[in-house]
Ligand binder design. Structure first.
Ligand code: ASP
Length: 329
């Protein structure tokens, strides 16, 4: 019997329409609705019983917390019914890794959830969308994908939601996990896994967004030579709940920004040090950071540290609890 796979469409370049077939930029993302997308790839019906549902039609640069909550809620609803074996989410590539990590922490259950997208619009010569969609359905329908957390499948590669990131603005081989490596490939149509992510996710996650209408407000501030207190003070004045400081090197903070961040933690705003470097782990460093109650973001990118802090703050303001979460997720 074929598995039942549900496709949840959110827009992006995979659903993008350009005026001419040679255009790979200057197109409208999210212009094609789910039925047209599925009709363009009839091969998916040889793999699974596929049904589609439109969640939204956006360029993923415009992704919102509200859509994340809607998507997580819908996926949990679908899985609670028991008649769907796996879910594919079609998504723009700009924030695909963020949605994947959010779902990795808020979907409960072991069934596969696979995100895919495309770098070339559906109307382009040699568009990557059709093959990416077919492969995502193959991954979602594969028993070996069960229990691996939310997966990202593009360009014949399978990556974990936690670690993958978009690394090139234009090329089709853009999703990478530079240092820890991909999880597997789709080899000539067959998903094959070689490793797995070790951090807590999905059925083992403590985060539950059921009934939530909004998420805590967490902003990212990007450190740089010549940094100052301007953005930190703006964040404090905006009553944020948390700040991710994407520091230089090992989450290092410019002395001027550090003074402002101390004002933030004194007001019970949670500050997490992350890094703009792109690889490696942020570990405790300066004594002054510990004294000011800044937390360490482990090896999460700033944009993923933001998501974990948002979810952490839905449960607690206790710093040692949040510290534990950054070690476990
Ligand atoms: N801006 C587009 C989006 O994220 C890019 C893409 O899908 O590749 O929706």
């Amino acid at each position: 019997m074929k598995p039942n796979i549900k496709i949840l469409a959110t827009g992006g370049t995979i659903a993008g329409r350009a005026k001419i077939s040679t255009a790979t930029t200057g197109y409208t993302a999210g212009a094609i609705e789910i039925d047209e997308l599925l009709n363009a790839v009839p091969e998916i019906y040889e793999i699974a019983n596929v049904t589609g549902e439109q969640i939204c039609s956006i360029d993923s640069k415009d992704m919102t917390d509200e859509i994340w909550l809607k998507l997580a809620t819908r996926i949990n609803e679908i899985f609670s019914r028991g008649d769907v074996d796996g879910i594919v989410v079609t998504h723009g590539t700009d924030t695909l890794e963020e949605t994947a990590y959010f779902l990795n922490l808020t979907v409960h259950g072991d069934k596969p959830v696979v995100l895919t997208g495309a770098m070339r619009p559906a109307t382009a010569i040699s568009s990557d969308g059709a093959m990416n969609l077919l492969n995502a359905v193959r991954v979602a329908a594969n028993k070996n994908s069960v229990g691996k957390g939310v997966l990202v499948a593009l360009n014949d590669e399978i990556n974990s939601a936690r670690e993958v990131t978009k690394t090139n603005t234009l090329t089709v081989n853009t999703f990478k996990n530079f240092e820890l490596g991909l999880l597997g490939y789709v080899n000539a149509g067959t998903p094959e896994f070689y490793r797995t992510s070790t951090r807590r996710h999905t059925s083992n996650s403590e985060f539950d967004v059921t009934g939530l209408k909004k998420l805590p407000l967490v902003k990212i501030i990007y450190g740089h030579a010549g940094d100052d207190e301007i953005f930190v003070d703006a964040a404090i004045n905006a009553n944020v709940d948390g700040i991710i400081y994407a520091g230089t090197g090992n989450g290092s903070i410019h002395v001027n920004a550090e003074k402002a961040l101390a004002r933030a933690t004194a007001k019970n705003i949670v500050v997490v040090r992350s890094s703009r470097v792109g690889n490696g782990t942020v570990i405790p460093a300066e004594k002054s950071y510990a004294e000011k109650n800044f937390l360490d973001g482990d090896n999460l990118s700033p944009q993923k540290a933001r998501i974990l802090l948002q979810l952490a703050l839905t449960k607690t303001n206790n710093l040692s609890e949040i510290r534990r979460m950054f070690k476990q997720y």
